[in-house]
Ligand binder design. Structure first.
Ligand SMILES: C[S@@+](CC[C@H](N)C(=O)[O-])C[C@H]1O[C@@H](n2cnc3c(N)ncnc32)[C@H](O)[C@@H]1O
Length: 271
């Protein structure tokens, strides 16, 4: 897929996902976000960058860790995500965060300014993940830390059929390289290629819990990366994709809903 097209699909897709995102993913992504934050080891007073901040689930936790002597900048490609996070900060009077719309591969931020760079579950969506790590490297001070979380191997993510199901009905794939970073040592190699040292990674298995089929469908189709394609489907196509997706996760249905397996990889290192 052309990089510009991929960015447009992401930008406007996540705009559509904004109102569904927290409900669909807050609890599901928490184990990966927490491990990423633990490995970042944020200290009071530090300057923290949170790339692909979305609604700010990680940004606001980072802001608590760095305290009012520090500051956190959240950036995201989606204007609606950035607006939503900024509104929340203003409503809650959280003064040590700021949000800006920008592409992870081209950060309009100064060199050597941040102590810590974070990215939770954004990197799989970028056309060039290594370039996004180079940009984080550029804006970090010497000795600054990076900590990122991505999805793991495709065959450990029980919800993965969502992509071929949607791709079969659109002109170009939604997330062509989605599982690449979570396969083998790709994340560590990519961080190294971007100039980081002392790189470590940890893989964690998890379960995505949904109370019922509607919740599972909402998370998959409305709250995530296929939201743009889904918004353009008519009622018949929607019915078809719902049926196919529910069939693909049937194995993971239990008495109280769904427990879909997932895997995260967290990687961290130093500039
Ligand atoms: C799964 S959400 C993660 C949000 C947040 N980090 C969290 O953990 O809840 C992925 C985010 O990546 C953003 N994104 C996708 N492509 C991007 C790009 N090229 N540059 C910056 N952000 C991007 C989307 O807009 C979306 O908000």
């Amino acid at each position: 897929m052309q990089p510009d097209l991929q960015r447009r699909v992401q930008r406007y897709g996540w705009d559509k996902a904004v109102d569904f995102y927290d409900r669909a993913w807050r609890q599901q992504l928490e184990p990966g976000q927490s491990l990423m934050l633990e490995k970042a080891n944020i200290q009071p007073g530090e300057h923290v960058l949170d790339v692909a901040c979305g609604t700010g689930l990680v940004t606001f936790q980072a802001a608590e860790l760095t305290g009012t002597d520090g500051e956190v900048t959240g950036t995201d490609l989606s204007d609606k995500m950035v607006e939503n996070a900024a509104r929340f900060a203003s409503e809650k009077n959280i003064t040590n965060v700021g949000f800006k719309q920008m592409d992870a591969e081209s950060l309009s931020l100064p060199d050597s300014y941040f102590d810590v760079a974070l990215d939770a579950f954004g990197t799989m969506y970028y056309p060039d993940p290594v370039q996004s790590f180079r940009e984080k490297n550029r804006v970090l001070k010497q000795g600054g830390r990076i900590s990122v979380a991505v999805w793991g191997k495709r065959d450990r993510c029980g919800w993965a059929e969502i992509f071929p199901i949607v791709d079969a009905r659109v002109k170009s794939e939604v997330c062509p390289m989605f599982f690449q970073l979570g396969t083998g040592d790709t994340l560590a190699y990519s961080l190294k290629e971007a100039g980081f040292r002392d790189i470590q990674t940890e893989r964690i298995t998890t379960k995505l819990h949904y109370d019922n089929a509607d919740e599972a469908l909402g998370a998959a189709f409305k709250g995530g990366p296929v939201a743009l394609a889904y918004a353009r489907f008519d009622e018949n196509i929607r019915r078809e994709v719902h049926e196919e997706y529910l069939a693909s996760i049937e194995l993971f249905r239990n008495d109280i809903g769904y427990a879909i397996p997932g895997e995260f990889v967290v990687g961290w290192g130093v500039k």
